[in-house]
Design a protein around this ligand. Structure first.
Ligand code: PAF
Length: 281
């Protein structure tokens, strides 16, 4: 496995792979890797000749400077985990390698066709512009045949599919199921910031989501939304930012059960913001 920090070195590696007609699998990450990321890497290793993983805490997708500062970072541990998982190239650039100062002031705008108006987009203004800005740059550099994303970030995944369509990237996006801890808690780098007590409370998020499935179709989506909000908010230290039941492709809220329907939630557990989702139909 090699670790590359500069774009010129990465370009040289990619050029060599392309001339040798090797297929490239790509897993973009912000580091602080957990089992969920490693599943993505393992799948890439199985399905491609070469696997590239980027580790870059992308400043332009954080709308809260405290969240950016507190985002967990542990490059040495990430390197060890990726080596074991069979990764071939780690791309871990500094911010100045990826952005000039004008770009850092974030004037980048993408037409999301409405996918950004709801949920994460509503509560994290500019977040998805930052995600598309970095992922499109990374796709241009890595030129992957396949790129792997986790379904935990359900809205991000929809937006990546749209970005690939609109910008005509020749990459296959592979949607990978949420990886959960034994307790049910969706794996996230942010879980590291939870205290032991908070971690137990955070488990209630997935428990409530799983239980909510039993009420479909007895309760309408609106009634089920209220039930979930009440149940999660009743847990000490948990505060729901949003819970929406949406049509999976348009991300628009539904008022009658249709397929495919997904419930997406963002919850503060103390200061830590967690997201999760569940398929209903
Ligand atoms: O999901 C993430 O970790 C990030 O949003 C991504 C896709 C690596 C872009 O910075």
């Amino acid at each position: 496995m090699i670790i590359v920090q500069s774009i010129s070195k990465l370009n040289a590696e990619i050029e060599a792979l392309k001339s040798a007609r090797k297929t490239i699998g790509f897993v973009p990450t912000m580091g602080a890797l957990h089992k969920g990321h490693i599943e993505l890497v393992s799948r890439s290793v199985k399905e491609n000749n070469c696997s590239v993983v980027s580790i870059f805490v992308n400043p332009t997708q954080f709308n809260n400077p405290v969240d950016l500062e507190k985002y967990p970072r542990d490059l040495n541990r990430d390197i060890e985990l990726l080596d074991k998982a069979g990764c071939d190239i780690i791309f871990a650039p500094e911010a100045k390698e990826m952005y000039n100062s004008e770009e850092l002031n974030n004037n980048f705008e993408f037409d999301f066709g409405g996918l950004d108006k709801v949920m994460e987009g509503q509560f994290r203004p500019g977040h998805f512009n930052g995600v598309v800005q970095i992922v499109s740059k990374l796709f241009k550099l890595v030129q992957p045949d396949k790129a792997y994303f986790g379904e935990k970030d359900f809205q991000q995944l929809s937006i990546i599919h749209r970005m690939v369509d609109v910008l005509n990237f020749r990459v296959e996006i592979i949607d990978c199921p949420i990886v959960r801890e034994e307790s049910g808690l969706a794996m996230s780098s942010r879980n590291e910031r939870l205290t032991a007590t908070q971690r137990k409370k955070a488990v209630e998020i997935s428990k409530v989501l799983f239980e909510s499935r039993n009420f479909v179709p007895k309760l309408s989506p609106g009634e089920l939304k209220n039930w979930v909000l009440e149940k999660i908010n009743a847990v000490d230290e948990l505060e729901v930012e949003y819970f929406e039941i949406v049509y999976a492709t348009t991300l628009q809220t539904i008022d009658k059960w249709t397929t495919p329907a997904v419930g997406c939630v963002a919850v503060f557990c103390g200061e830590v913001r967690l997201i999760d989702n569940i398929r209903y139909k």
